[in-house]
Design a binder for this molecule. Structure first.
Ligand code: ADE
Length: 256
């Protein structure tokens, strides 16, 4: 898969592609990347890339001309083009899977207060936000999109790790422990030392339900749970202490 990223600050992104699993994936030929410096396409001698918004308002916008010329230059006609912006649709695991199915992904990093709408209308397929907060740099958001996407490509990481992690089946991950068995008076849950795989599997499912119910009750709504999970969830809710959909009037869904 090929990532093309248009940015005013390629140096922010460079280190990421040269490190860790990403660097290995590039070496293995699973990923390639290209950083396009939008400033190289500025048309005046000061390499100006921003100006004030028509109609007034705070801050500066990226000029349409350098960005359009940079986009024209990338030469991947028809490639899915993503603009990272806090006013985009939420980036999530299903969208990461969609992106991972593309051969080419072009990502535009905004700076200043944003980019001219005419560039969005002409070139952008997806406006994507990585969370309900404002970053000062589209580069940080672009890296979140690249990272969540490329790790889903075959051969990048162990397929089993992908299956059991948060969001893949709508639940958050269970808590994990490693050596030592006792760390500053805190013991590893006994069941994990028992060697009883079936009990461990069940405990992990229970913990995933508890964690999701506690910190992300919104994820539970509409989730298709199997009989085992529904029974565990009923037990957990009856123990009390949880707030949200299932405890404030909602009930554990019956199988559809
Ligand atoms: N640029 C600034 N904030 C952002 C956000 N939350 N998501 C995507 N791009 C951004």
């Amino acid at each position: 898969m090929n990532f093309t990223i248009l940015t005013l600050f390629p140096e922010i992104l460079e280190g990421y592609f040269k490190s860790s699993i990403m660097a290995k994936s590039i070496e293995k030929g699973l990923v390639s990347y290209r950083l396009v410096n939008i400033r190289d396409y500025a048309t005046d001698r000061h390499h100006k890339c921003d100006d004030a918004p028509f109609g007034g308002g705070a801050g500066m916008l990226m000029l349409p001309e350098p960005l359009s010329l940079a986009l024209d230059s990338v030469g991947v006609a028809g490639a899915r083009t993503v603009f990272v912006t806090p006013s985009g649709r939420p980036f999530d695991q299903p969208l990461a899977r969609e992106f991972a199915a593309e051969t080419d992904l072009v990502i535009v990093c905004g700076r200043y207060e944003g980019i001219d709408q005419r560039v969005i209308d002409r070139y952008v397929d997806d406006e994507v936000s990585v969370g309900d907060y404002v970053l000062s740099s589209g580069e940080v958001a672009a890296l979140a999109v690249v990272d969540a996407t490329y790790r889903l490509l075959e051969g990048v990481i162990n397929g089993e790790s992908l299956v059991s992690e948060s969001f893949e089946d709508g639940l958050l991950e269970y808590p994990q422990y490693t050596r030592p068995e006792v760390f500053r008076d805190a013991k590893v849950p006994e069941i994990l030392l028992s060697g009883h795989h079936e009990n461990i599997r069940k405990w992990r499912l229970r913990e995933r339900l508890k964690k999701t119910l506690k910190v992300r009750p919104d994820l539970m709504e509409g989730l298709e749970l199997n009989d085992e999970a529904r029974k565990l969830l009923k037990d957990i809710v009856s123990e009390g202490g949880y707030h949200g959909f299932y405890t404030d009037g909602g009930s554990v869904p019956e199988k559809s």
